[in-house]
Ligand binder design. Sequence first.
Ligand SMILES: CC[C@H](C(=O)O)C(=O)SCCNC(=O)CCNC(=O)[C@H](O)C(C)(C)COP(=O)(O)OP(=O)(O)OC[C@H]1O[C@@H](n2cnc3c(N)ncnc32)[C@H](O)[C@@H]1OP(=O)(O)O
Ligand SMILES: [Co+2]
Length: 136
Amino acid sequence: MFRRLDHVGIVVHDLEASIQTYCQQLGFTLLSRVSIPEQLVEAAFLDGGNSTIELIAPTDTTSGTARFLANRGEGTHHVCYEVDDIEAALKTLQERGLRLIDETPRRGVHGLVAFVHPKAAHGVMIELLQKDSHAH
Ligand SMILES: CC[C@H](C(=O)O)C(=O)SCCNC(=O)CCNC(=O)[C@H](O)C(C)(C)COP(=O)(O)OP(=O)(O)OC[C@H]1O[C@@H](n2cnc3c(N)ncnc32)[C@H](O)[C@@H]1OP(=O)(O)O
Ligand SMILES: [Co+2]
């Protein structure tokens, strides 16, 4: 069902400071910086050598990522897998009894996305991504 790992999401307090750390000290390269108002976050995608991370900072105290920061502090927030057909993947996961956050996909930065609840995957939130045809 999963084609490949697309990115690992990391929640941070200060997006700018975390970009500096990952680029200047850890050697990552900044790919893009985006605002995602529907999710009340801003994010940066960074290349780490055949791997991508997404640094995410909440823009509002009511967002899920702000709760995550308050309860758990900074750290790994989700792993994102690319799928060919997100509707089919969600249907399969639902039939297998998995608890989903999204029963239908929503629009993400690079395509259609949907989240599996972390309680269904032993404490790890899984993001599914069906990339837009023009996305890389
Ligand atoms: C799509 C754009 C972009 C991209 O890749 O292109 C992104 O990735 S944006 C990423 C940010 N978006 C989201 O996180 C959307 C999905 N998340 C949610 O809907 C909520 O945050 C949810 C449902 C995971 C949790 O919210 P809820 O209001 O239900 O409750 P709490 O926040 O109080 O948490 C309940 C419970 O779950 C644990 N939890 C929450 N988040 C995570 C997590 N990321 N990983 C592991 N566990 C998580 C939290 O600690 C609570 O546990 P408890 O034992 O009850 O204390
Ligand atoms: Co993500």
